[in-house]
Write a protein that binds this ligand. Structure first.
Ligand SMILES: Cc1ncc(COP(=O)(O)O)c(C=O)c1O
Length: 305
């Protein structure tokens, strides 16, 4: 990870190496914390945060779901992210990681009296699943782990604790020689990747599951809006494992993963084994949007000047 100069911690700009917490930080022990993952791109008009308000709203909603009261308002949190990017003088694309966590002060599972702290880090970060993956597609394994059940966890929250499941699925996939995991839900329908939403293309139709068993993904929403503008036929419906094996194209979407083609699932070659035509078209359009080259989506960018 490439260090930056400062991390924002509860209104202070703290030097990167000094951004530390106590070992009895509540979230570290019991896993109640919420976070975001947001990107800023170097556009022709300078650095621009993509969908800042949507990400920050989701952060606040995640906190509400897990019964944490954020100490700052939406606009304070947005301003902190903008100011952090200004102070760090980044030279290339940036990943922003706001975290609302329960701090040091009490122990025990009743969390309500724990102090609520906020930290925002940002650093220069390239493609999550590799430049080669963006170009040629990745190999994916359907996980032996089911995605967290909606009966026992709350997947609309980007909550720290939810990511143990993602982490184990990712670990299993990588140790088995794949690049990413695809998780099914408790009923066996496709849920999402360890940190991405999932799309397939069949006979020219773009298909992605509803968000019953996935995060309400901002990238998925962006891709659907792009597809709508292009007049591509869209279906939001459940997908089974066997349908994945026989689809024409498949890809992941996520802030980190952007639009990453999938060339193989469980040793079944997807389509022609390379990035499919619709995937390429949507990927290009997505990069045009985040780099401020599509006036129809300009409102999604917050420029850092
Ligand atoms: C589990 C999970 N699903 C989906 C996504 C994609 O969401 P977004 O496009 O908002 O980054 C992410 C990444 O945030 C994720 O962690």
């Amino acid at each position: 990870m490439k260090k930056a100069d400062y991390i924002w911690m509860d209104k202070e700009f703290v030097k990167w190496d000094d951004a530390k917490v106590h070992v009895l930080t509540h979230t570290l022990h019991y896993g109640n914390g919420v976070f975001e993952g947001t990107r800023a791109y170097k556009t022709e008009r300078g650095l621009a945060i993509f969908r800042l308000t949507d990400h920050t709203k989701r952060l606040i909603n995640s906190a509400k779901i897990t019964a944490i009261t954020p100490p700052y308002s939406l606009s304070e949190l947005e301003e902190a992210q903008i100011e952090l990017l200004k102070r760090n003088r980044f030279e290339s694309n940036v990943y922003i990681r706001p975290l609302i966590y329960l701090g040091y002060g009490i122990m025990g599972l009743y969390h309500v009296k724990a102090p609520v702290n906020v930290a925002i880090a940002a650093w220069e970060w390239g493609s999550y699943l590799g430049d080669e993956g963006l170009e040629n597609g990745i190999r994916v394994k359907i996980s032996s782990f089911a995605r967290n059940s909606v009966k026992s966890t709350m997947g609309k929250a980007k909550a720290v604790a939810n990511y143990l499941n993602s982490q184990m699925a990712k670990f299993e996939a990588l140790e088995a020689g794949y690049e990413e995991a695809l998780l099914l839900d408790e009923e066996g329908f496709v849920a999402e990747g360890s940190g991405e939403c999932f799309f397939i293309v069949r006979d020219g139709v773009l298909i992605t599951p509803p968000n019953d068993n996935s995060l309400e993904s901002i990238t998925q929403d962006t891709v659907l809006k792009i597809a709508e503008k292009k007049g591509i036929k869209i279906e939001r419906r459940r997908i089974t494992r066997d349908e994945v094996y026989i689809c024409d194209e498949a890809f992941f979407t996520g802030t980190a993963a952007e639009v990453t083609p999938i060339r193989e699932v469980d040793a079944r070659v997807i389509g022609n084994g390379r990035r499919g035509d619709m995937t390429r078209e949507l990927q290009k359009a997505y990069f045009d949007v985040v780099y401020g080259k599509d006036p129809d989506f300009e409102h999604m960018l917050t420029y850092i000047n």
